[in-house]
Design a protein around this ligand. Structure first.
Ligand code: HSE
Length: 298
């Protein structure tokens, strides 16, 4: 009648795959406790870590949960405790972790009537509250694990991609907040065809690299000519941090989700830790507070 879950942080976009690619981190995430109640409805009873709304209709976890029970129609309700460890507006899927974790837990308590795609679909309702649009690139990796590609959102179709076993992520999170809706609003509505060609060649190559464990190709595919040129202006010292990562052994680096976190991918944990040091050195020389994480992709 009660379940405790870990809902992982995720990195969306992965440079070339805006709104479609994402991967799941192993070492950072929220915790949630969900329990059945006799009273019907969704009741958020505890939120620790950050100041977020308790009303279910205004909370991303609550909205996802309401969408699920509106469909499942159980004759009982759920009480939710949220132990938020992922800072909202950090770019590593804070709202997604709340949304997907909550419906994942409710699905388990209901006896698992929904598959992973359906669980992700309910979570998308909560995510839309946070970002102003329905996308699943942060949600799907949390529900499926590893790397995912969102083939379409209506209807939702998620492809689970293989993860090369020595791939590690380094994340640096400058302590400023960027709202996803704002980071989306600054993007142009149209792009030159040549840039679109470069981008979809990179997404295809990246997916091929994952399937063939081709780290050299993966390195060349981790390039974003569509979104990064615009959003990087919102992140202090982005160019310096990215160069530091690339000059110290990273396969690639870019904006994590809508930012401000910056991610890098490396082969092997030693490289990932060197990259962490190099990224930290950049912000250490400024007055910007930051946090870093190294994680296996899982
Ligand atoms: N793909 C989304 C974006 C992820 O970059 O706006 C953040 O929700």
């Amino acid at each position: 009648n009660e379940i405790k879950i870990f809902s992982p942080a995720t990195v969306a976009n992965v440079s070339c795959g805006f709104d479609v690619l994402g991967f799941c981190l192993e070492t950072i995430g929220d915790e949630m406790v969900v329990r059945k109640t006799d009273k019907k409805g969704i009741f958020i009873t505890k939120i620790e870590g950050f100041d977020l709304p308790f009303e279910a209709e205004k909370n991303v976890a609550g909205v996802s949960a309401l969408a699920m029970i509106a469909d499942a129609k159980p004759d009982f309700g759920f009480e939710i405790e949220i132990y938020k460890r992922i800072k909202p507006g950090s770019g590593i899927g804070s709202s997604s972790a709340s949304a997907s974790g909550c419906v994942f837990a409710i699905n388990e308590l209901l006896g698992r009537p929904y598959n992973k795609t359906q669980v992700t679909d309910f979570a998308m309702k909560g995510e839309a509250l946070a970002s102003g649009s329905e996308h699943a690139d942060n949600l799907a990796p949390g529900v499926f694990g590893g790397f995912t590609l969102v083939k379409s959102t209506v209807p939702l179709e998620v492809l689970q991609l293989p993860t090369p076993k020595d791939l590690y992520a380094t994340i640096i999170h400058p302590q400023i907040e960027i709202k996803t809706a704002d980071a989306r609003a600054i993007l142009p509505k149209t792009f030159p065809l040549q840039d679109a060609i470069t981008q979809w060649a990179n997404v295809g190559s990246f997916v091929h690299a994952l399937h063939t464990n081709d780290y050299e190709l993966l390195k060349r595919a981790l390039q974003d000519v569509i979104v990064e040129p615009h959003r990087s202006q919102l992140i202090p010292f982005f160019k310096e941090v990215k160069s530091a990562a690339l000059n110290n052994g990273a396969l690639g680096a870019g904006i994590s989700g809508a930012g401000p976190s910056i991610y890098a991918l490396s082969k092997g944990i030693e490289n990932a830790k060197n990259v962490e040091k190099a990224m930290r050195a950049v912000y250490s020389e400024t007055n910007i507070a930051f946090e870093t994480h190294v994680s296996k992709i899982n």
